[in-house]
Design a protein around this ligand. Structure first.
Ligand code: NAD
Length: 432
């Protein structure tokens, strides 16, 4: 089939590359000229394990095309995926749909023959209805079906998640569109995953409800971790004891910093906003958002306590700054408020991240990026293990820091407190 992905970011690029790998011709469109130029040179704009290899293979075989020419890409395709961003609107909880609607308005001018238009972007309930309204003349002439097909891939594991999804959700009441999409997804759903057809509004809500539930699980164990810290219990034991119950499950049940990333913070907020529009009080989700916001502040307070409230000129080294490992995505990473705060307090902040230097910290006077772990750690007062990269799991801190009385704040509970004690290292974890 011929597909067009509009928006070549984390979702559009990964989906486009994976669809081309199972034999489709895929046009990846973006309005960002530089991104498209780089992609046409074979440079992948994001860090996503395994992506570059599959991208290059399919590009060479002419199944994958990168362009800014929306008209040509749409006219040449049967199925159009909208994969643009849906960030939080300023000073509000609602999702900003300006990118989605501007694409719909463009499509209105271009489409002359039958196309399936899919929102793969995460969009609030009724967005499909609104797109259909923009395209109502095309709909009347049976030239479009507007479908919701939310994406569940996780950054860092995006290729595997796309090729082996737990489920493919298709929101449409059009039999024609459903049949075509089932055959598009056939090479993927054959591999034991579930293809689920529901209403368009249902599909839109499944995505938000899933993300809000996962955010709830994280916030729940994070609050239990706060209790563990006070009660002298190791939260890892609680996660294990709870997670072994199949009804609960152990995934997303590990205590750590406030959740971040490009999805959970904005999607929980947007769901609250949808509740408000439908006059439904989603009190659990509201509490999760409050709990997570508080956690950012708690992490800062914890560091202050670890340093006995003596911050001035202390050298603090962050190992990892992205919101999770195997991605370069900094959106809503908990390292941002922490580093900004300690910068203001005139600490000397260093950071190392396997995905390189970050724009977010470039203009902060007390913050310095280090290209390797050794130089970043040397003579530090406090090492903060912020992101759980494999690179940080087997470090010899004494050799790295070479200073007496340094401290470690392990925000991912990667190390054993008893082993650290034996080594005479001042070690602090989360909920232990
Ligand atoms: P992104 O910011 O990485 O990419 C969006 C891309 O769309 C950008 O490259 C931008 O230039 C492009 N764009 C914007 N308007 C355009 C237009 N009119 N024409 C062409 N290109 C345009 O975003 P993302 O992380 O890929 O997320 C996209 C959507 O998918 C969001 O709704 C997000 O919530 C959802 N989602 C994201 C993930 C994830 O892990 N990142 C997972 C599941 C769902």
């Amino acid at each position: 089939m011929k597909l067009c992905m509009i928006g070549t970011g984390y979702v559009g690029l990964v989906s486009g590359v994976c669809f081309s790998d199972v034999g489709n011709i895929v046009y990846c469109v973006d309005k960002d000229k530089k991104k498209i130029e780089e992609l046409n040179k074979g440079n992948v704009p994001i860090y996503e394990p395994g992506l570059e290899e599959i991208l290059k293979k399919n590009y060479k075989q002419n199944r994958l095309k990168f362009t800014t020419d929306l008209k040509k890409a749409v006219s040449s395709s049967d199925i159009i995926f909208i994969c643009v961003g849906t960030p939080t609107r300023k000073n509000s909880n609602s999702a900003d749909l300006k990118y989605v609607f501007s694409v719909a308005k463009e499509l209105k001018k271009i489409i002359k023959s039958y196309k399936i238009i899919i929102t793969k972007s995460t969009v609030p309930v009724t967005t499909g209805d609104k797109i259909e309204n923009i395209l109502k003349n095309l709909k009347k002439r049976k030239l479009v079906d507007i479908v919701s097909n939310p994406e569940f891939l996780r950054e860092g594991e995006a290729i595997r998640d796309f090729i082996y999804p737990d489920r493919v959700v298709i929101g449409t009441d059009s039999k024609k569109a459903n049949k075509i999409l089932k055959s598009l997804y056939m090479p993927i759903i054959k591999k034991n995953s579930r293809y689920f057809n529901t209403t368009r509004r249902g599909a839109e809500l499944i995505k938000y409800a899933s993300n809000a539930f996962l955010a709830t699980k994280i916030s729940f164990i994070n609050e239990i971790a706060n209790l563990c810290e006070k009660a002298g219990i190791d939260v890892k034991d609680i996660s294990f004891g709870m997670g072994s119950d199949e009804r609960i499950g152990d995934r997303f049940l590990r205590a750590g910093p406030a959740y971040g990333g490009s999805c959970f913070p904005k999607d929980t907020r947007a769901l609250i906003d949808t509740g408000k529009k439908f006059k439904t009080d989603l009190s659990i989700v509201k509490t999760v958002v409050i709990s997570n916001d508080k956690r950012r502040f708690l992490s800062i307070k914890r560091v202050e306590k670890i340093l006995n409230n003596k911050l001035l000129k202390k050298t603090i080294t962050f190992l990892g700054v992205t919101f999770k490992p195997n991605t370069d995505d900094m959106r809503e990473a908990s390292s941002i408020p922490m580093i900004k705060y300690f910068n203001k307090k005139n600490c000397k902040i260093r950071y190392f991240d396997p995905t390189g230097e970050k724009e977010e910290f470039k203009n902060l006077k007390n913050v310095k990026y280090f290209k390797n772990i050794n130089t970043a750690c040397l003579n530090s007062d406090l090492i903060i293990l912020h992101t759980e990269w494999n690179d940080f799991k087997l470090l010899n801190f004494k050799k790295l820091v070479k200073k007496r009385n340094f401290k470690i704040y392990d925000m991912r509970n990667m190390y054993s407190p008893s082993k650290m004690k034996k080594l005479n290292i001042n070690y602090f974890g989360i909920g232990r």
